[in-house]
Structure formats: structure tokens, C-alpha cells
Design a protein around this ligand. Structure first.
Ligand SMILES: [Zn+2]
Length: 417
């Protein structure tokens, strides 16, 4: 549904005809950039009653006959706006360039919105599970699912529920299965070394490292889910780029959350560098070393990325103290994870936005920096990919904690507890 509103820019009185698409969420933020003076006005669309309401403080209600030279501004909370098209519906445009994939995409978005609309309940249950309060976690899962859950579920089922739900809810972001491929690559490292892996997992779990990391990453993921209106409209572009047949060549996403998302981007990167240490340990185990040993100086069974040089970290303690550039070099034995990492943290964009000289223009849909200019939707697309990566890390930490708590060293397998 598209709602029209005739109004004027509060700064220069330029007459504006707003065409506002109603998205999934009950409350949707609106950002209007005036073409004439570039002033930005902010408001909200509230879709809770029978008819959506639009609140745009400071912007008057005008009549269609008041002007004949309306500047048309099209907005939608869930879709990018093809540019320079101002007359087409963003929903229809998205449906057109998604083509056969549109029904799957839209049902995936619907599933995600089920999670985002109840994210407080989900987070409460998840945090109980982190603290191993299994009885309360199960009770709160039952509340989240409207009783459709056995409150006496075993630990392993409880752990699985959260991560399967997160996977299914965020799957729609990933157009080409990068997450699944990376998961197979990383998880398969320990298939032949389960005993060693369980030993390393038990050590990290009793040290509290896994729990701390799980807490930090889940808080970050839930922040991104709660604020999905800031990045959601970029996701159709990820799909259009993967299947570019019908995609328009240019888009705009007229939102104004650069400051908060830039902080989230940096935090996602730092947390991913921390979580990468788990992958390094799994690689060490797979290659027959102690989990904490990347190489023994002078030894034959050593792992030194070609570009890292002789000062490369030789154990996990040194790895964790290394800078992020050095840490990233150790993705060299994880091709598929490196692909996922690459779409999350494009180096050019990451370096450019890390400086205080990055300027964002809502009207132009671009970020201007001394290290180059970037489309805002490319920045938002990276953030959307990072949602997948955060869920990927949580899934991986679950694997570690599962081996720490449910591995039976006599039977040499995971047992139900
Ligand atoms: Zn203006």
C-alpha cells in the first residue's frame, strides 16, 4: 500500500508529494530529503490501527490543488527505491527484479519480522540459555512460541532451538548460500578430531571465554534485529546483485542512520576478529596440533600465512594480541569463510568509514570520504551481511559449548543431557 501526503519542506517551503510505502513493521521511521535545499526531515509511519498514520513534525498538511509543481519523494521501509524512478511502487519494482525468487524472499522476510517483532522475548530466553538456566530458558521459549514447546526439553534441544530459529530467520539475507558453505567448511574441521575438540571446548568453557563471547555477539545481533528498519531495504539489492538480470542500475535508500550503524559496523568487525580465534583453534586441531598452537618455531607442522612474515603469531595468545590486519591473514585456510567475511567487511569501505572525515548525504545516497566515495546502500548491504555473520558466530559458539557440556568421553559421542 502506498500513502500519499502533500506537504512542504519546513526549511525552504519546497512543495513535496510524499509517496510512502507501508512496510512490515508497525512503526516505521521516515526520512525526507528536500531536493531543493537538501534539508532532512524525520518522522514516523504508525501502522497499528485500521489506517496507517504519518507523523512528520513541522511539515504542514497541504492540498493537491495548492501547487502544480510537486517534487515527488518515494519512500519505503523495506525496499530500495530504483533511481531515477519516482512513479513506480518500490514493492512492485522489487517483485519484478526478484522474479521467480520473490515468493521465497517475501516469506523469508515475513519470518524475520516474526522474530524482530518479538525480539525482547527471544533475547530474554536466549540470555537464560547463555547462563545455563535451562528450566527458565525452556519456559521462556514456550512463551515465545505460544506454548508450542516442551518445557522439559533436554539441553541440546534448547541450544539447537535458538540457533535454528536464528538461521531460518536471517536466511533470506544471504542470496547465494555463503553462510551454509562457510558453516560446512568450518564445522567439518573437527569431524575427525572430536575428542581433541571436546577437550579444547571444555577448557574454554570453564574459563568463561565462550560465554563472554556469546553474550557480546548476541547483544550485537539483537541490536541489529531490533533496528532492522535501518538496513532492511538494502537486502533486495544483495539479491539483485546476485541475479542481476532485471535489476536497475541505481538505487536510493533514503534513511539517516549512518552514525549508529557505523558504530555497529566497527563493533561487528571487532567481535568477528575475536570469534575468528575459535576457527583458528579448530584449524590447529584439524592439523594435529594443540588447539592453542599455530606453529612451534622451527617445527615442521607450522601454519604461517604467506603474507604474514616471520613475526606472525605462533600461538593463540599472540594471535589475540595481533592487529586485525594480521588476524584476517589467517582466513587463508578457510576460503568460504573468507568469502563471507569479504562481503561483510570490504576493506576499502571499512578503512574509509573508520575516519572522522566520512560525510553522508541522504539526498545523494552516498558517503563521501578522503579514501573514496561509496553508495549508502553498499554500506547498508555490508551491515545486512554482518547480521548473517553474527548469527554464524553464535551457531559456532553453540557447537563449542555443546561439545563442552554434552560430549561423553567414554562413548566418544554427543549425548543428550
Ligand atoms: Zn527544502
Amino acid at each position: 500500500m502506498i500513502i500519499r501526503k502533500y506537504t512542504a519542506c519546513p526549511a525552504c517551503q519546497n512543495p513535496l508529494m510524499l509517496r510512502i510505502g507501508v512496510g512490515y513493521a508497525k512503526r516505521q521511521f521516515i526520512t525526507v530529503a528536500c531536493d531543493s535545499c537538501e534539508s532532512v526531515s524525520r518522522g514516523e509511519l504508525i501502522a497499528e490501527g485500521d489506517w496507517p498514520e504519518i507523523a512528520l513534525p513541522g511539515m504542514p498538511d497541504l492540498n493537491i490543488n495548492d501547487h502544480c509543481d510537486w517534487q515527488v519523494v518515494t519512500l519505503h521501509a523495506d525496499f530500495p527505491i530504483p533511481f531515477p524512478s519516482t512513479t513506480f511502487s518500490p514493492y512492485l519494482a522489487a517483485a519484478q527484479y526478484l522474479g521467480d525468487r520473490a515468493p521465497i524472499y517475501f516469506s523469508g522476510v515475513g519470518r524475520f519480522h516474526h522474530l524482530s517483532s518479538k525480539i525482547d522475548d527471544f533475547q530474554r530466553a536466549y540470555e537464560l540459555h547463555i547462563r545455563e538456566r535451562w528450566d527458565l530458558a525452556n519456559e521462556n521459549i514456550a512463551k515465545f512460541l505460544h506454548e508450542d514447546w516442551d518445557t522439559n526439553a533436554i539441553t541440546a534441544d534448547c541450544q539447537e532451538f535458538f540457533h535454528r530459529y536464528l538461521f531460518l530467520s536471517t536466511l533470506f539475507i544471504d542470496p547465494i548460500g555463503r553462510w551454509s558453505e562457510a558453516k560446512w567448511e568450518v564445522w567439518s574441521r573437527i569431524f575427525k578430531k572430536e575428542t581433541e575438540f571436546a577437550g579444547a571446548a571444555t577448557r574454554l568453557n570453564s574459563d568463561g571465554m565462550l560465554r563472554r563471547l556469546q553474550t557480546r555477539i548476541s547483544e550485537q545481533l539483537f541490536f541489529l534485529v531490533r533496528n532492522s528498519n535501518q538496513w532492511m531495504a538494502a537486502v533486495p539489492i544483495l539479491h539483485a546483485k546476485a541475479y542481476p538480470k532485471r535489476a536497475p542500475s541505481d538505487w536510493r535508500i533514503p534513511t539517516d542512520d549512518f552514525q549508529s550503524l557505523r558504530d555497529a559496523y566497527r563493533q561487528n568487525f571487532e567481535l568477528s576478529c575475536q570469534a575468528l580465534s575459535l576457527v583458528i583453534r579448530m584449524q590447529n586441531i584439524a592439523e594435529g596440533r594443540d588447539a592453542e598452537v599455530i606453529r612451534i618455531p622451527g617445527g615442521t607442522n607450522a601454519w604461517i600465512p604467506r603474507t604474514a612474515g616471520p613475526r606472525a603469531p605462533s600461538n593463540l595468545r599472540q594471535f589475540e594480541r595481533s592487529n586485525s590486519a594480521t588476524k584476517e591473514l589467517f582466513l587463508n585456510r578457510s576460503t568460504r569463510l573468507r568469502h563471507l567475511w569479504g562481503v561483510c567487511f570490504d576493506r576499502g569501505l571499512r578503512n574509509a568509514i573508520s575516519h572522522a572525515d566520512a560525510d553522508y548525504s541522504v539526498k545523494k545516497g552516498a558517503i563521501y570520504t578522503s579514501k573514496g566515495n561509496f553508495y549508502y546502500h553498499d554500506f547498508l548491504g555490508s551491515v545486512a551481511w554482518q547480521v548473517c555473520l553474527m548469527a554464524f558466530w553464535l551457531d559456532l559458539i553453540k557447537l563449542w559449548r555443546k561439545y563442552a557440556t554434552c560430549w561423553d568421553s567414554t562413548k566418544r559421542r554427543i549425548v543428550n543431557k
